[in-house]
Design a binder for this molecule. Structure first.
Ligand code: MG
Length: 167
């Protein structure tokens, strides 16, 4: 294989946030009004969006979400998960990468994604500008996600070097 051929690159991202009373639940860019608890964090703590951000950044070799949009930066105070995802997708493109796709799995017992999976995938796909697939699993009652203490998400992204582009 010629060395100048641009090879695709993969990246991994994981995020975990605590479920707490008196917070709205935002997961996968959607508001879940029937859930009595939401995720705690500086932002909306959308674990799905945050995991995809980290996967995209890792694939592009751009570090992680904390180093890109630190919680101490007032520009990102209160940013939604989709706000952050849009910004990270912009930075990945600016660094010369096209996103091939991303896959993200929510780990936890809430919310029940099934009925809104297509809606979430369409939203995330629009924000990233490439296909994003979303799945969910539980942990058989075990661990922090099984006890209901919090939610986790694990993402993989694939990017292809395409050279510098104006974004
Ligand atoms: Mg997070």
């Amino acid at each position: 294989m010629p060395p100048e051929l641009p090879l695709p690159r993969v990246g991994t991202g994981v995020d975990v946030h605590r479920l707490t009373e008196q917070r709205p639940l935002w997961v996968a860019g959607l508001y879940w009004p029937d859930e009595p608890r939401g995720l705690d964090g500086h932002s909306d703590a959308d674990v799905v969006c945050h995991a995809v951000c980290d996967a995209l950044l890792a694939a592009a070799g751009l570090g992680d979400l904390g180093t890109n949009v630190g919680t101490s930066d007032p520009r990102w105070a209160g940013a939604s998960g989709t706000d952050l995802l849009a910004e990270i997708a912009r930075r990945v493109a600016a660094a010369g990468f096209a996103v091939g796709n991303a896959s993200v799995q929510l780990v936890g017992s809430v919310p029940r994604l099934g009925a809104r999976r297509a809606e979430a995938e369409e939203l995330l796909t629009r924000v990233v500008g490439a296909p994003v697939s979303l799945s969910a699993t539980t942990t058989d009652g075990l661990g922090l996600t099984g006890r209901g203490d919090g939610l986790a998400a694990i993402a993989t992204a694939l990017v292809v070097p395409v050279g510098s582009v104006e974004v």
